[in-house]
Design a binder for this molecule. Sequence first.
Ligand code: PEP
Ligand code: MG
Length: 584
Amino acid sequence: MSPPESVPSAMCSTLCLYGQGVVRGYAIGRAVVMSAASLEVAHYRIAEKDIESEQRRFTLAVDETVRELGQMAEDLPADAPRELGVLLSVHAMLLQDPMLVQSVCQLIAERQYNAEWALTAQGQILVEQFSLMDDAYLRERGADVRQVIERVLRVLSGSVHWLPNLDAVDVDGSLIVVARDISPADMMRLRGGRFGAFLTDLGGATSHTAIVARSMNVPAVVGMGLVRTLVRDGDRLIVDGLNGLVLVNPSEAVLREYQERQAAFLRERDELKALRFAPAVTLDGIQIRMEANIELPEEAADALAAGAEGIGLFRSEFLFMGRSSLPSEEEQYEAYASVVRTMAGRPVTIRTLDIGADKTLDGEVTVATNPALGLRAIRYCLANPEMFNTQLRALLRAAAHGPIRVLFPMVSHMHEIHAARRALARAAAELRTAGLPHDAAVQVGAMVEIPAIAIAIEPFAEALDFLSIGTNDLIQYVLAIDRGDTDVASLYDPMHPAVLRLIAHTINVGERLGKPVSICGEMAGDVRVTRMLLGLGLTGFSMHPQQLLDVKKEIRRAHSNALRVKVASALNRAERIDLSTLDA
Ligand code: PEP
Ligand code: MG
């Protein structure tokens, strides 16, 4: 990764490390380096007579770890990030999975490995299986296996001091946690302390460190590769969470520069809060819809607090993941209805299940020839009509409590729209017959994330009530770049003229046919491209609640029509747009 432009030239002699910045903000403090038990385990063979006692040592350590995780979940303080509770139970479940426990006992018996060796060996197999999965979220679950193993290894070694002795680090400011990876249970212990930032060797945008740090609003840089090796306890660090930059033992001049940047950032944060309920209108009076993306029903409260005008994307698959059975109609109804109630009359867009072909819902792993192009999302739902029907019934019932928009993912054919509408009509007819309260008049829309639908958008726009552009997938399919493959990450280019032309075309057709178009991919929340998106004519944005105010601020100081002229002229020539030419 190349250094960001914002690095001051005065720091030529400072060690700079780069990773993926996942939470904006600055931190200045001293490093505390967490040890990784799996890197330090002893590998030896045991005698045949000791097999049973070694297996017992292992299962006792597993029981102890499950007990610890359960205790932590119970003791979660009321203000703990909601994700933590969910993640702690996912970890306890993984530990009770026979795939892990029985296979380790088998390795101890058959190969006479000691418990630590058997556990790390089996863990590696599981982590590899997860790494083959197409979906970035599921791939990250390999990290859960690794973290659970770390925990058991700590119990096996009898080590309680998993964090370095904090008293030994002579600091009066904040501490910056440096780790190979941070499990949800570890995050739990770290929260509430003097921790100003999290840095990890592993992980990506959907890793736990990223998810939990985002909800705690603590700067984090993940996927740093070697930070745990290069940084020592007590090193002074500067963390720039926006640019994914870490400066080690900077000079006084650099330190002062970043102290100023940090103070300016905090001032700006405070000023932004005042914008929560200000209208998102451009200088030339164009009204913009600002909505939020959520993954769990509880996050609707964050969306509301950040001033969201509605939910632009509820990724319903998160209700289906990390469990061994499908959520019932009742459970789904409760989840959707709770979001609708929280949003108090504001529209709630619920995307139907977007699960990949790489994982069946009972947890059985199958790898399709190419999962990204396989039986996923709407294709998967239409192939599993009963499961789809349960979700649609739950959605229509929840619609009785307030406005719901149903969003179908990964649509590429008109017949999929017809089939999905038929499925919706069937669910409504069943509810009518059963006399259950519901609202069948929900708005129906599709994700524009496969190039085919963007290129031939007219009939789709005519047949639907709204369109939502999923740039995350659209970019991967237009450029033939797997969005989760780090080897080709540099080619994943949201600014490619081909991508922008498809977005512009979708917006223009939506405008002409009077159908609202929004973007709910990561681009919508990236303040660096807000002006460019306004220039493409975008009037609907949906993003993580934390990003809403920054984007709104940019919208309120932009002149939409002037931007449209500039962007259209570059697009006509299929040229790359130079973002600096769009500045005010
Ligand atoms: C997208 O593809 O842009 C999108 C919002 O959906 P997801 O990231 O869940 O695939
Ligand atoms: Mg998508």
